[in-house]
Design a protein around this ligand. Sequence first.
Ligand code: ZN
Length: 167
Amino acid sequence: MVLPIKKFPDKVLRAPTQKVAFPLSEEMKKLTLDMIDTVKAADGIGLAAPQVGKSVKLVVINLEKSGLELFPLYNPKILKRGFKKVEIEEGCLSLPGIFGMVKRPKKIKVEAQNMKGEKVVFEDDGWVSRVVQHEVDHIDNVLIIDLIKKYTQGEDLVKAWKKQKLF
Ligand SMILES: [Zn+2]
């Protein structure tokens, strides 16, 4: 089931998230499937649970266009960040019309759990690294508007939000 995507300034995007418990509840299994439907329908490369109004540590990564199978990560944590940083243009499904350059470490080491609750640890220095960092930020209530120094689209809207003290 495709879920509505919460847009800034919805407060749920800034609400603390809870750890996912295992074995997965029926509710969490359904949320995972719904988030997969939602990220695909929105043609997004990643989606975090707060973006569909659920304050839990769950993200889905959809890099099928890069040849990877879509996968969920439960309770993801970035264990290590590489020294080298790269600046890439990012957008966000919760911030339609806003794009800008975001500087992030190129390489990260991630620890998370899979659907069975098994621990998974991996390193990446490509798109998975970039998308996981963006989605883990959502779980930590950080949005790209907190990080962008140089906007490529939508700067006027962001300035108006700042004036209204929305962030
Ligand atoms: Zn986002």
